[in-house]
Design a protein around this ligand. Structure first.
Ligand SMILES: CC(C)(COP(=O)(O)OP(=O)(O)OC[C@H]1O[C@@H](n2cnc3c(N)ncnc32)[C@H](O)[C@@H]1OP(=O)(O)O)[C@@H](O)C(=O)NCCC(=O)NCCS
Length: 182
């Protein structure tokens, strides 16, 4: 059995960061390219490399189309918004999972947190919520491909409380599997 659709209507959660600020988690709306480009615009070259494994100047049309096409079944994405000094809210992070075609009980997970907001707990918060959503949808595991130098991402996975296996995919990348069978 593959993943089931998850309820997305009205999902809105307020969480506190390590520095005491509050952020709001919401589902990414299908076709919301603006959130993707806003988060992208505050990423350092190193963060882009850690996320996409190669230097990249901009998100291509096909990246935007693929990454914004969420159906809350095969592709679930959450956005994290932070309140700015002028009172407006700005998206600062996205976490997603995409169910694997060849292993429909597993999904690939990926995160992007804007550089000024890294290290404040957002990756950990996204991981926690995606795990609850993925499990409720009937998934058995998350997979992720991570550069071995990406200690932050590996730390988030190791501290998730999910049972984790890590194997080398090639010289610089490892494949992480996190069990949702708890
Ligand atoms: C990787 C990423 C998603 C993590 O999100 P985050 O919000 O920064 O993570 P958190 O703040 O929840 O947790 C980071 C953990 O790493 C630790 N950490 C920070 N810098 C570290 C470093 N240089 N080495 C080891 N651990 C480090 C933090 O102390 C924290 O652990 P703790 O909670 O035990 O203190 C985020 O940094 C990011 O978007 N990076 C760029 C894109 C990317 O790498 N995506 C992942 C592709 S799968």
């Amino acid at each position: 059995m593959g993943a089931m659709a998850v309820a997305q209507i009205d999902f809105q959660v307020v969480e506190k960061l390590k520095d005491g600020r509050e952020v709001i988690l919401r589902p990414l709306r299908d076709g919301d390219r603006k959130t993707l480009t806003t988060v992208w615009s505050h990423l350092s070259p190193l963060s882009i490399y850690h996320r996409f494994f190669s230097p990249k100047k901009a998100l291509s049309e096909s990246d935007l189309s693929y990454l914004s096409h969420v159906d809350f079944k095969q592709h679930v994405a959450l956005t994290v918004c932070a309140r700015q000094e002028d009172g407006t809210e700005e998206p600062v992070a996205i976490g997603r999972y995409i169910v694997l075609d060849d292993e429909p009980e597993k999904a690939e997970i990926a995160f992007t947190v804007d550089d000024p907001y890294q290290g404040l707990g957002i990756g950990t918060i996204l991981m926690r919520h995606l795990a609850v959503i993925g499990k409720a949808a009937g998934l058995k595991a998350f997979k992720a491909y991570v550069l071995t130098e990406n200690h932050r991402m590996l730390r988030v996975f190791a501290r998730s409380g999910l049972s984790m296996t890590k194997t080398m995919a090639d010289g610089s990348t490892c494949e992480v599997e996190l069990s949702l069978d708890y």
